[in-house]
Every structure is written in structure tokens, then in C-alpha cells.
Design a protein around this ligand. Structure first.
Ligand code: FES
Length: 109
């Protein structure tokens, strides 16, 4: 487990995500209430950055062609059996947001 500082909570906008780069990978950070989610920032349709989409509740809508993804799971809401966007564990310490690129939120380690 190797958490890296990526942003401050004050950096996160409302209604869309924030792109940060870690080890050459673009990561989209999304705030839903008090919780922050991290997933690869690349729409699988045609690579548009999902952080530039519209975030409503837990659903981000890609600005390019309207595909939607649940930031909690990485899945399209209507296609829970498809391939999810890779997600990463997030933790906050005070205002500092850290993510662990080595682990998914689904893992218990
Ligand atoms: S690039 Fe995201 S919907 Fe087309």
C-alpha cells in the first residue's frame, strides 16, 4: 500500500471532477457528499476526460457523447456486467487527498 498525496479537498469543484496525474496516469477525483472517489480519467468510448463531465449524485456524464458512469463502481449504470473503469483507494487526512494506485476500493488490504 503506497498512498500518495494528489490534491487538497478545497481543490475539488462542485458538479464535476478534478484531474490529477500520478505516475503518468490521469486520475479523475469526484466528490459525492463527504466521500471522494478516484478512477481513471479516460472515458472508454473515445478517451475524453471524465473529470470534465457533469457530476450529478454518483453519476458522471461524459461531456463528449453522454455516456454515464457511477463513480462508486466505475460501471455504466445500465450495464453493471460490463467492464468497469479502474478505480483506486482514496483516503483523506485533514484537507489532504491521497490515493493508492496499487489497490482498488474492492480489495481488503
Ligand atoms: S468519449 Fe465519452 S461518451 Fe464518447
Amino acid at each position: 500500500m503506497a498512498y500518495q498525496k494528489v490534491a487538497n479537498t478545497n481543490d475539488l469543484p462542485t458538479g464535476r471532477g478534478l484531474c490529477v496525474q500520478v505516475d503518468g496516469i490521469d486520475i479523475g477525483l469526484f466528490r459525492v457528499g463527504e466521500k471522494i472517489y478516484a478512477m481513471e480519467n479516460r472515458c472508454p468510448h473515445a478517451d475524453d476526460p471524465l473529470s470534465e463531465g457533469t457530476l450529478e449524485g454518483t453519476i458522471v456524464t461524459c461531456r463528449a457523447h453522454g455516456w454515464q458512469f457511477d463513480v462508486r463502481t466505475g460501471f455504466r449504470p445500465e450495464d453493471g456486467d460490463g467492464f468497469p473503469i479502474p478505480r483506486f483507494k482514496v483516503r483523506t487526512t485533514g484537507n489532504t487527498i491521497e490515493i493508492d494506485l496499487q489497490s482498488s476500493p474492492d480489495e481488503n488490504r
